[in-house]
Ligand binder design. Structure first.
Ligand code: ADP
Ligand code: NI
Length: 203
């Protein structure tokens, strides 16, 4: 699928203001990191459709239900942006599916391609490592969650490490993504161990 610089600019101006307002861990800075990391992975992996990678990166969270009051609202926000890109019907559908395939929860419902898999790796890498830790606590603060709890059934920021973050390393699609994930995952484990040692008065 061929994407022009003009289409990237249209997408960017449609989402930029929206992300710049966010303080829950989905800000514009996240989008830019995902885009840059995805391009870096693409070059190492020899994927050459940089424009498509940029476009998917810019729009990858636009249909996320966490950022909209309803599932329907989220999807129509994304569809509305895709409408503005002057694509034919088939490419509109393809792009929608590629973008939704990046979503962690919806990934089983949509088919991806090499570019969307690279963006997915970059998105997940931004949820682990030092930035991942920072984003998890930002999310926890924004959603009034506890840091940690002794109760095993309570959802806390630390329980999110076991529920999701510590599984991301083994969900990488590319070799390059996996290599970066190994290092970031190691840091997550070090952080969590130190956190629990301090919590339990062991350090
Ligand atoms: P992404 O933008 O990578 O698709 P999400 O929308 O799932 O990821 O979440 C955005 C950020 O918020 C991530 O860094 C993620 O770890 C964090 N986050 C999401 N859910 C929780 C949770 N229940 N507890 C702590 N952090 C969370
Ligand atoms: Ni994201």
């Amino acid at each position: 699928m061929k994407v022009t610089r003009e289409q990237i600019n249209i997408a960017e101006s449609a989402v930029r203001e929206f992300y710049e307002k966010d303080t829950t861990g989905h800000g514009w800075d996240h989008i830019i990191r995902v885009k840059n990391l995805a391009l870096k992975i693409a070059h190492i992996e020899g994927a050459d459709n940089d424009h498509l990678i940029e476009l998917i990166s810019l729009l990858h969270d636009a249909g996320d239900t966490k950022l909209h009051p309803s599932e329907h609202g989220a999807e129509s926000f994304l569809r509305g942006i895709i409408e503005k890109l002057n694509l034919n019907e088939q490419n509109r559908q393809t792009l929608f599916s590629l973008i939704r395939s990046v979503s962690y929860r919806k990934r089983h419902l949509y088919s991806g391609n090499q570019e969307s898999k690279i963006v997915s790796d970059a998105d997940r890498l931004d949820a682990i490592g030092a930035i991942g830790v920072a984003r998890a606590f930002t999310y926890g603060g924004a959603n009034r969650m506890k840091l940690h709890s002794q109760k095993t059934d309570e959802e806390t920021v630390i329980s999110h490490f076991d529920d999701k973050l510590l599984h991301l390393r083994d969900m990488m699609h590319t070799k390059t993504g996996y290599k970066i994930a190994v290092e970031r995952d190691r840091f997550l484990k070090v952080f969590k161990d130190q956190f629990l040692n301090e919590w339990n008065g062991k350090k």
